[in-house]
Design a binder for this molecule. Structure first.
Ligand code: NAD
Ligand code: DAU
Length: 349
């Protein structure tokens, strides 16, 4: 059985990646390493927690000694690295936390892999999961981010992710670490933490609370269903070329306000409320500092070279997502009340 280490597997995207690998690959043993920060929630993985090819490891990627020991003791074939601080607004109020986890944490993991794999480095793979935000913002509607677009990070979050990408490439060049990187656009779907736009709006509509739209709601994001991202990671992990970068995107651009209006319409119908009820909750609030105007990915390379394409139309994915939140109100209540922490803190400290 090949051992694979996935970091950040208790978070939003990581939990979908862990589930996919545990279910699709019985010949892999998946180790999920997660510090269970506010964003980590093992409830996301209840359905596979007893699988014989799954092990949870509580640990922090900022702890270099712990990582060195973990990788020395386990002969991991590969690492899929998702653990990160991921919320732009939090990076504006506490940039250093993003440097510590996203930059130092990634370098710790690279160092641990280098030490553990020194005798047969080429037989391993270090997969770094990154974001389209490293490319900065777009103004020309005909422009898209390519794998060759220059980096121009503009928030502390994207600066920390860009820095981690540079370290991963530097380790490939300097130490011949076999690496692959992917840069993905905005994800949405089940288990998305309700500090991010879509789950926050769903939660607030359910609770009849104000819907805070930053600025005029004119910023554009390119949305991808999270299971499509997990499938792309699977494809790149298995078929991607070492040393290369792959952009992943939904080809699905929405202005924030248009997206919120669509969500309001879907939610009013699902909740049996009068048309316009949710829309009346929209509140324009002070814009995010340094708010990037538009992100849009060109994922042609992934399609032509590895055959990956998004599978869901946005309205279908958004409806599936709304249904998931409506059917899993206990998950949302546990997250918003903080109760999700208590159970796992008793188990894992
Ligand atoms: P998330 O915030 O939902 O989850 C992050 C996970 O990492 C959590 O489980 C958390 O407990 C864990 N973690 C944080 N600090 C840690 C540490 N020091 N040690 C160990 N574990 C730690 O994030 P997400 O939205 O699922 O994003 C996952 C990855 O994908 C990130 O690297 C992010 O930059 C990238 N990404 C996210 C998106 C998106 O739209 N959410 C898009 C592109 C790329
Ligand atoms: O592009 C990929 C990135 O997408 C990931 O790397 C990040 O980890 C992920 O958090 C996401 O970043 P964004 O900043 O784009 O996502 P967020 O959900 O925070 O915001 C989406 C848009 O909605 C953005 O233009 C800001 C706006 N917004 C957000 C919130 C939370 C609002 O208008 N109101 C809100 O309350």
């Amino acid at each position: 059985m090949k051992k694979i280490l996935i970091t950040g597997g208790a978070g939003f995207i990581g939990s979908h990646v862990v589930r996919r690998f545990v279910n699709q690959y019985p010949n892999y043993h998946i180790y999920n390493l997660d510090a269970l920060t506010y964003a980590g929630n093992l409830e996301n993985l209840r359905d596979i927690e007893d699988a014989t090819n799954y092990t949870f490891v509580k640990g922090d990627i900022t702890d270099a000694v712990f990582l060195d020991d973990l990788l020395a003791e386990n002969d991991f074939y590969g690492v899929i690295h998702l653990a990160a601080e991921s919320h732009v607004d939090r990076s504006i109020s506490d940039p250093l936390a993003f440097v510590v986890t996203n930059v130092i944490g990634t370098v710790n993991l690279l160092n641990a892999a280098r030490k553990a794999w020194k005798d047969d480095l080429a037989d391993h793979l270090f997969y770094h999961v990154s974001t389209d935000e490293v490319y900065g913002e777009l103004h020309d509607p005909n422009e898209f981010f390519l794998e060759t677009t220059s980096y121009d990070p503009r928030s502390p979050y994207s600066a920390s992710k860009a820095s981690s990408d540079h370290f991963v490439r530097a380790y490939h060049n300097t130490y011949k670490m076999p690496v692959v990187i992917s840069n993905c656009s905005n994800n949405y779907g089940p288990n998305h933490f309700p500090e991010k736009l879509i789950p926050l709006m769903i939660h607030n509509i359910m609770q009849k609370k104000p819907l805070p739209v930053y600025g005029k709601g004119e910023n554009v994001r390119d949305w991808l269903y999270v299971e499509d991202h997990a499938r792309a990671i699977d494809t790149i992990f298995h078929d991607g070329q070492v040393g290369e970068t792959y952009n992943i995107g939904g080809h699905n651009e929405w202005k924030n306000l248009d997206l919120v209006l669509l969500l309001c319409k879907i939610m009013d119908e699902k909740l049996g409320r009068e048309a316009g009820s949710a829309e009346s909750l929209i509140t324009y609030v002070t814009d995010r500092a340094g708010h990037d105007l538009r992100y849009a990915i060109d994922a042609t390379r992934l399609k032509t070279e590895l055959g990956w394409e998004p599978s869901l139309q946005f309205e279908e994915g958004l409806t599936k997502t709304v249904d998931w939140y409506l059917n899993n109100q206990a998950w949302l209540d546990n997250v918003t009340s903080g109760n999700y922490k208590k159970y796992y803190e008793e188990m894992y400290g």
